[in-house]
Structure formats: C-alpha cells, structure tokens
Design a protein around this ligand. Structure first.
Ligand code: NAG
Ligand code: NAG
Ligand code: NAG
Ligand code: NAG
Ligand code: NAG
Ligand code: NAG
Ligand code: NAG
Ligand code: NAG
Length: 437
C-alpha cells in the first residue's frame, strides 16, 4: 500500500489548487469603488470611470477602469491579503485597451508592499514591480518590467515592444522561483529569460583579468612582407638621371657660373621602389584577447524573484489623451491557470470586439466618403483618407492604427503634449531602501 499512498501524495503535490491573490473583473456595478482607493496626493488627479468604452466585445464583461480626462495624472489602487511569492510562481495579468488611439501615456500596473499609503499614492511611491505597456509617439512603444532590488528600480535590458492599436490586449508577467521570467501578450510568449541575465541586479560573473597583459612577442599582424624576397641586383630605383646627351656649354665659366650640372631627365630604366610581395603571416596568432576570470565581487542571489508582503496593486500613470480601459486583473501563483482565465475573459471577447471595430471602421469610412462626395468635407480630408488607406495597405492589418491620425485635432494635441512627465522617465533612481528588500 505504501506506493499507493506515495502516489496519492505526489498527485496532491503536483495538482495543487491555484492561489488567487487578487482578481478584479468589475462585474458588480459600483462596488469597485469600495475596493479601489483614489489617491488624494494631488488635487487634480484624473478620474477613472467604469466603462466598456465605445469599442468592446461584450458591453458588460468588458467594463473596466477607464481614464476619462485628458492630460492628467491618475493614481488608484486596490488592497489584497498580503503574501510573499517565496518558493512560488508569481503571475501578474490584466487587459488594457487604448481605444482612444493613445498618443502618449502609460498602460502599466505596479505592485506595492502592503504598507503603502493608498491615499498618498503617487509616482514617488516605492513599488516592487512595475509591468506593462508605455507609449509615447511611435518611437517609444515598450513593455516595462521594472523590479525594485535592494531599494533601486532596475529596468529590463531587453526591448519588448507593446501593442499600439485600439483593441484590448492581455498582458502577462510570470516570475518563477528559479529566477526565470516570461512575458506574454495575448497569451503568446513575447520574451523570456533569466532575471540575472536580463536585469542589472548583480555585478557580472566574469571580468577581464586586470593582471593579464599581452605577451611582448604576441604577433597580431595578419599579413607581412615576404621575408624570403630580396631586391634584385639590377633593380633601378633612380627616378631621374643626368641627361647623358647634354654637354657643358662652350662658354661656361666655372669661376663665374659655378660648377656645371647637367639637366636631369627621367631614368628610362627606372622600375619604381622595390617592394616584396605581401603574404599571410605564418606566425599570426590572432587578436590577443584579455582572458576572463571569476569576478571576486560577484555574489549569487538565488532570491532575485522574491518579495515579502506584497499587498497592493495600483495604476499610477499619466495620459495625454484619455480613454484607456484596464480590466481582468489577476494575481496568482499558477501560470496555466492565468492562461485559462485569460482565455475565458479576453479570449472570449476579443473576436466580437474585432468585429465591432471592423463595423465601426466601415461606417466611418462610408460616412467620410459620402462627405467628400457631397463636397462637405474640406479637400485635405480626402487627401488624408488616401494617405491613411496607403498606411493600412502597407501594414496589412485592419486592427493596426495607421501612423497618420484620423482627425487633425489629436495630431496637434499629440505634438503639443508629447513630453513625458519626469516621474516615469527616470525610473532607475535610488529610492529609500525598504528593510524587507
Ligand atoms: C495549476 O492549476 C491547474 C488547475 O488549474 C493544476 O492542474 C496545475 O497542477 C497547477 N500547477 C501548479 C504548478 O500548481
Ligand atoms: C504626496 O506624496 C509625497 C510623497 O509621497 C508627499 O511628500 C507629499 O506631501 C504628498 N502630497 C500631498 C498633497 O499629500
Ligand atoms: C495638453 O493637453 C491638455 C489636455 O488635452 C490640454 O488642455 C492642453 O492645452 C495641451 N497642451 C499643453 C501645452 O499642455
Ligand atoms: C533597445 O533600444 C534602444 C533604443 O532604440 C537601443 O539603444 C538599444 O540598443 C536596444 N537594446 C537592445 C538590447 O536591443
Ligand atoms: C524554471 O522553471 C520552469 C517552470 O517550472 C521550467 O519550465 C524551467 O525549465 C526552469 N528553468 C530553469 C533555468 O531552471
Ligand atoms: C525561453 O523560452 C525558450 C523557448 O520556449 C526556451 O527554450 C528557453 O529555455 C527559455 N529560457 C528560459 C531562461 O526559461
Ligand atoms: C593581480 O595581481 C596582484 C599582485 O599579484 C594580486 O594582489 C591581485 O589579487 C591580482 N588581481 C586579480 C584580479 O587577480
Ligand atoms: C488557451 O487557449 C489557447 C487557444 O485556444 C489554447 O491553445 C490553450 O491551450 C488554452 N490554455 C488553457 C490553459 O486553457
């Protein structure tokens, strides 16, 4: 019987129930206001509203927190039972939709220690992990992953490009206790690796040996002059010779005129400067490479992934053009489970949403075509339409937002307001160390 019990124990251990640390799908009307605390740190913070927006797959299921005022800072957060991800996988997942066609603004979430003062939430508040898309123009379209390590915010060294269109996308960060991570967008892997390699948490494992120097006789010359060749005896390197046909003039008076010198002419036997052939150097040793040694300052840390007292998730961002919708938040210890929830939320509404977008686009196009036909629209609108179409054809995707804006107004706003506030651009600054870090 012992093997039976053992098998039973193994099964229990392997198929542990997923732990849901936090889940929010905004499906109970106004009750979210009890769970989400708006910061009072600034008097003019932007308002979040519960909305599925203008573009959705399901008017109820797609309700989420939407930014509703242009050119504002936003700060809101929700608390949950504090936990540590020690020995556990940590999955942070949510959906974000920039249905306004975002020009510049954040779409990321932050995980905070449980003792963070929610009413004082601001870009100064120290977080553990920041994850998600951040867009400014078409140059800056990236997925941030910032970990706080020993009190300092460390940015990922890799470039991960985020989605830049008007549809809802599912963003997932998986951090594993073996110090590996994975990023998924729409349930598809977009990046993975090890925490140690992809962030500057630790000094490098190897360094160049400062005591190693290139040997004096190290031959780095790839090619040399052939040492076996010598200049032939009769090789004439004299370019000019005295003209042999010239004679001293009869009336030359060397006391008056000085010594007579014949005029010089080009030497007909001149062969140029002799040079041996260039051959491959038989002693070529290659470029000398400074050998590497173990870095004495390197100390491994097997707990790069680990945080204690994780207790708050927050949205702390700045947006030029509002309208972004955040939904389907999930924090769990099980990546398969998160994928399943992703399938059951985003996975179900994405296709209807795409259909709606196609319908709205077609309607808009028809209306604009009509206006142009009737001469109601100014000429430049027709031109803009043509450019837009070209953009769409080039990108070969109905869902992709063309780089040219649909209306003239947002373009002006975008260029006017294109600069990011200080707070989010200099993330890699020292912040006060927390004792649990
Ligand atoms: C994750 O959850 C699923 C059930 O949704 C379970 O079958 C699986 O064993 C869990 N995985 C881990 C690593 O706990
Ligand atoms: C906002 O928070 C910062 C630091 O967290 C604090 O110094 C400042 O006094 C707060 N402002 C207000 C208006 O509460
Ligand atoms: C920036 O955007 C806001 C909100 O759309 C607007 O009120 C403001 O005039 C814009 N321009 C500048 C320079 O702030
Ligand atoms: C990431 O992008 C920046 C800016 O374009 C570039 O300078 C840097 O080399 C890129 N890094 C990697 C790892 O590709
Ligand atoms: C880390 O853990 C994951 C999930 O358990 C596993 O698939 C992966 O192979 C591990 N990677 C390393 C480098 O140990
Ligand atoms: C990243 O993913 C690839 C492909 O799935 C896998 O071969 C590799 O081991 C992963 N790397 C890490 C560090 O988990
Ligand atoms: C370099 O050599 C010096 C003197 O022998 C020694 O003290 C030092 O530890 C060496 N440095 C390294 C990095 O090996
Ligand atoms: C999620 O959906 C994809 C596509 O239908 C499927 O391949 C995958 O197995 C699903 N994942 C889970 C955990 O149910």
């Amino acid at each position: 019987m012992w093997w039976f019990l053992l098998l039973g124990a193994l099964l229990v251990a392997v198929s542990a129930d997923p732990i849901i640390y936090f889940q929010e799908q905004f499906e109970d009307g106004d009750d979210w206001q009890k769970r989400w605390i708006e910061s009072k740190n600034k008097s003019d913070l932007g308002k979040f509203q519960l909305s599925s927006g203008k573009l959705f797959g399901d008017p109820e299921k797609d309700k989420g927190l939407q930014t509703s005022q242009d050119g504002k800072f936003y700060a809101i957060s929700a608390k949950f039972e504090p936990f540590s991800n020690e020995g556990q996988t940590l999955v942070i997942q949510y959906t974000v939709q920039h249905e306004q066609g975002i020009d510049c603004g954040g779409g990321y979430v932050k995980l905070f220690p449980a003792d963070m003062n929610q009413e004082q939430l601001s870009s100064e508040s120290q977080y553990y992990i920041m994850f998600g898309p951040d867009i400014c123009g078409t140059i800056h379209e990236k997925v941030h992953i910032i970990f706080n390590y020993k009190g300092e915010n460390r940015l990922i060294k890799k470039n991960i490009t985020c989605k830049h269109d008007e549809l809802t996308h599912l963003y997932t960060l998986i951090v594993r206790p073996n110090n590996t991570y994975e990023v998924k967008i729409d349930n598809e892997n977009v990046e993975n690796g090890t925490l140690e390699n992809d962030w500057n948490f630790l000094p490098p494992r190897k360094i160049k040996d400062p005591n190693a120097t290139k040997p004096l006789d190290w031959d780095e010359r790839e090619q040399i002059e052939d040492p076996s060749e010598t200049k032939p005896e009769d090789w004439d390197e004299t370019e000019y010779i005295p003209d042999p046909e010239s004679h001293i003039p009869i009336d030359w008076d060397s006391t008056m005129d000085g010594e007579w010198e014949p005029p010089m002419i080009p030497n007909p036997k001149y062969k140029g400067i002799w040079k041996p052939h260039i051959i491959d150097n038989p002693n070529f040793q290659g470029e000398w490479i400074q050998p590497e040694i173990d870095n004495p300052d390197y100390v491994p840390d097997t707990n790069l992934y680990r945080y204690y007292n994780i207790g708050i998730i927050g949205l702390d961002l700045w947006q030029v053009k509002s309208g972004t919708i955040f939904d389907n938040f999930l924090i769990t210890n099980n990546e398969t489970f998160a994928e399943k929830i992703g399938n059951e939320t985003w996975g179900i509404t994405k296709d209807p949403e795409m259909k709606m977008k196609e319908k709205l686009d077609a309607e808009k196009e028809a209306k604009e075509a009509q206006e142009i036909k009737e001469g109601k629209a100014p000429k430049w609108k027709g031109l803009l339409k043509d450019i837009e179409k070209m953009g769409k054809i080039k990108k070969d995707g109905k869902a992709e937002r063309p780089k040219i804006e649909q209306e003239s107004k947002p373009v002006e706003k975008a260029t006017e307001n294109i600069t990011q506030p200080e707070a989010e651009t200099k993330e890699e600054t020292n912040t006060a160390a927390k004792d649990e870090l």
